[in-house]
Design a protein around this ligand. Structure first.
Ligand code: ATP
Ligand code: MG
Length: 368
């Protein structure tokens, strides 16, 4: 499809502060669409998540899933509440179900610091981080979670999980990572993909690394390098500015993306995208934050930046440069708001809540 101008977006406000950060995000997205022109957004909202499960016994209604499959993209705030669980004790996490059902294999976790915030690393270079972690989201040890086995008896009893790393899974992931790096290179970034694995110890990772090398030679315009996951963890806190695009397996990605989140200063700052061949879900990294519900303290920044990621993806996927420009405008408005208006969110010890942060960002968008 090319040159599409009207996008249908499935929206899940979800649980908790999801209901507080979703409305301002939709207002912002409509505002930027109107400002830039060249595309429009139709939002269709669905109830799903823990509160909905408590009410109905269903966590993700079938019609919502079908709509998510057919629509151009999905915007999801956060789902799950520690106090509401399935009878077997598992957390209610329809966002994981969406990832599986829509085959969203690439988890995109940008690590981009905003100006004016207290950050954990003191080195000046760590104040301007701008790299991306891409996490495989359908395989690895997590893919085998339903095949968990216990074998043996007594002193010989042992539990086993199985790791799956497939050729197809690696090829589509690495292709995605190299294409992603190429798009960044056009914007002035390094154009480098770093494969993170444990190829020195586990055969499945050695296999993954060999496929990475093959794929790297197919994308020779992009620099490729490799690092073991333990060294990657160290480098992410000792010299994180060396990275451009990191790509890794599911569980390593799960862990390292939280490390990346830590580098950004706050839960309310980090957006994410989960992307498949024809579908994508965009959501902030934070959860439903039950401790601050209804207090006006939720930081909407991660939700706004997720909206910006969505516009950027829609523009690339459907050949609409206006949508890409609109995504960039949101990023710039957010950066300018943090640089110029001394926003310090509650979560970082400040006094700025949802309304004030939203207002500062809207004002900056008007100026662009
Ligand atoms: P989940 O398991 O759903 O990921 P979690 O246990 O990681 O949830 P969150 O709900 O993300 O936890 O909240 C962790 C802490 O961060 C809480 O103290 C919460 O208040 C704070 N927090 C999370 N998101 C935000 C936000 N957008 N604005 C302000 N504070 C937030
Ligand atoms: Mg969490």
């Amino acid at each position: 499809m090319s040159g599409k101008t009207q996008f249908t977006i499935t929206v899940f406000p979800g649980d908790g502060i999801g209901h507080e950060v979703t409305p301002p995000c939709i207002t912002l997205l409509n505002k930027v669409a109107e400002k830039v022109g060249g595309f429009s957004l139709d939002f269709i909202s669905f109830d799903a998540g823990a509160a909905y499960y408590k009410e109905t016994g269903i966590s993700l209604p079938e019609d919502a899933l079908e709509h998510a499959k057919k629509s151009d993209a999905t915007l999801l705030a956060c789902m799950g509440m520690p106090s509401i669980r399935y009878p077997d004790g598992r957390e209610i996490a329809p966002q994981l179900e969406l990832r599986e059902k829509l085959d969203l294999f690439a988890g995109v976790r940008p690590v981009k610091t905003l100006p004016g915030l207290p950050l954990p690393l003191q080195d000046e270079r760590a104040k301007n981080l701008d790299f991306v972690l891409i996490r495989e989201s359908t395989e690895g040890l997590f893919a085998g979670r339903n095949n968990f086995t216990i074998k043996g008896e007594g002193a010989d009893e042992a539990a086993y999980d199985t790791q799956k790393i497939s050729r197809k899974g690696c090829e589509r992931l690495f292709d995605f990572a190299f294409d992603f790096a190429r798009r960044r290179k056009l914007k002035g970034y390094k154009g480098k993909v770093t494969c993170v694995d444990k190829a020195n110890v586990l055969g499945s990772f050695y296999y993954m690394r060999q496929i990475f090398d093959e794929m790297a030679s197919n994308h020779s315009d992009i620099e490729a390098d490799q690092v073991y996951v333990d060294a990657a963890a160290l480098q992410m806190v000792s010299k994180p500015w060396i990275f451009d695009v990191m790509v890794t397996e599911n569980m390593f990605g799960d862990i390292l993306s939280d490390l990346g989140l830590g580098l950004m200063g706050g839960m309310g700052m980090a957006p994410s995208a989960d992307i498949g061949e024809n579908n994508a879900v965009f959501q902030p990294c934070h959860g439903s934050a039950p401790d601050i519900i209804g207090q006006g303290k939720a930081n909407p920044t991660a939700m706004f930046l997720s909206g910006a990621l969505m516009l950027d993806w829609l523009g690339g996927q459907y050949d609409n440069p206006a949508a890409i420009e609109a995504g960039q405008l949101i990023n710039t408005a957010v950066e300018n708001a943090y640089a110029s208006s001394n926003i310090l969110p509650f979560e970082l010890g400040g006094t700025c809540g949802t309304d004030e942060i939203t207002q500062s960002i809207m004002v900056e968008l008007d100026k662009l």
